[in-house]
Design a protein around this ligand. Structure first.
Ligand code: SF4
Ligand code: SF4
Length: 379
């Protein structure tokens, strides 16, 4: 196999075949249900309904299997993970077996009593998304009146209870001009980390791309603001800064490289290398109901398809960055070029890059169309 494959055999098991190194983290999309309707949501356009969700016993088993596979962190996400009444039970089990637990939440459904129960169950960290520093615009973007105020209350309780807090702020043309205020807000909430994450154009983000795309001038200003704030708040708040691919010169190592560090389990149990991989036609995903996680990680056709570097076309195949960015994002390559095995067009070496930049420039300068809000009915 390719460079991504290492011999992960335990000592004394010399006859076992080589396999991929174990993943670092697993994302449990416990449910696609969410009271918010963000137009950049990374969930698929065809959302899973409640009756298709895995039951508690199956999620528990998958936690055990992840632990045996060598996973260190579990991220409980969605949708909104707190719609599941068994969240405390799952957190407690994950903590009991030694996994680091992170709750990724919109924050609008968790009251103080529930947060205390989650902390008692062993929750290590909470990641709260915010839509803006301006409450009215935050509620407009999230499609949920009063949501911003609820998030602020939750952040206060997180601090009082003593949980670690990350603020996640998806950025786009409707909030970028308030980035300084958003940074101040995150610092005032006591966040140890702020993710300034320009919207990525998959799923609902792709559907709403023209409504969300910032101008290059907005982006350049934002980059300067983040750099200054990073220096000013050194030792207080760590910044993760995700630039929009459409204005980049080189792509990100999407998910740390396909099938290298992460697994994503959908509400119905499909196991994928990233949350958008379902958009790639012809990939067959295994389900935790049918196969153990270790087998899926090592043998699933979908994981093997773009793992390592063997699959890469030129110019990636002979590029010195091929084991740095792993060829970028397969879902973006598909969305822009129609071929998931193409070089990510975010790369300036891709023959599609100039067209991508022109598209971003054009969309960012047209009047933003109305949002197509993330809803169960709207595909
Ligand atoms: S991005 Fe918005 S709609 Fe999607 S799961 Fe998060 S809070 Fe809910
Ligand atoms: S050519 Fe491929 S490997 Fe090289 S920088 Fe571009 S996307 Fe990355």
């Amino acid at each position: 196999m390719s460079e991504a494959m290492t011999d992960a055999r335990p000592q004394g098991a010399a006859e076992m075949p080589a396999g991929p190194a174990p993943p670092l983290a697993i994302l449990f999309e416990l449910s696609h249900r969410c009271p918010l309707q963000c137009p950049y949501c990374s969930n698929p356009l065809a959302l899973e309904r409640a009756h298709g969700e895995l039951d508690t016993a199956t999620w528990m088993r998958v936690l055990d299997e992840a632990n045996e596979l060598g996973v260190l962190q579990v991220h409980f996400s969605g949708g909104e993970p707190s719609v599941r009444k068994d969240l405390e039970e799952l957190v407690a089990h994950a903590a009991r077996i030694g996994l680091y637990t992170n709750l990724i939440t919109s924050g609008v459904l968790i009251d103080r009593a529930r947060l205390e129960r989650l902390a008692e169950a062993g929750l290590d960290h909470l990641q709260l998304s915010i839509q803006d520093s301006d409450p009215a615009n935050a509620d407009r973007v999230g499609g949920y009146k009063g949501g911003h105020a609820k998030k602020m209350a939750l952040a206060g309780w997180v601090r009082e209870i003593g949980l670690a807090l990350t603020i996640n702020a998806p950025m786009h043309r409707h909030n970028l001009d308030r980035l300084e205020d958003i940074i101040e807000l995150a610092a005032s909430l006591g966040a140890g980390r702020l993710e300034v994450a320009h919207v990525q154009y998959y799923g609902w983000g792709l559907k709403n791309r023209a409504a969300l795309m910032p101008t290059r001038a907005q982006l350049d200003r934002a980059t300067g603001i983040v750099e200054a704030a990073r220096a000013r708040l050194k030792g207080v708040m760590v910044f993760d800064y995700v630039v929009p691919d459409y204005y980049a010169r080189r792509p990100k190592a999407c998910m740390g490289g396909w099938a290298r560090q992460f697994l994503n389990v959908t509400p119905s149990g499909q196991v994928m290398p990233c949350h958008a991989a379902e958009t790639i036609p012809g990939l067959r995903f295994d389900n935790v109901k049918d196969r153990p996680l270790s087998e899926i990680w090592a043998q699933s056709e979908a994981f093997a398809r773009f793992r390592g570097t063997d699959w890469m076309p030129e110019p990636c195949q002979s590029c010195e960055r091929r084991e740095i960015d792993w060829g970028g994002c397969r879902c973006q390559a598909l969305a822009i070029t129609g071929d998931a095995a193409a070089t990510d067009p975010a790369c300036a070496l891709s023959p599609h890059h100039e067209a991508l930049v022109a598209l971003a420039e054009a969309e960012s300068h047209t009047q933003a169309p109305p949002f197509a809000y993330r809803r169960f009915t709207a595909e």
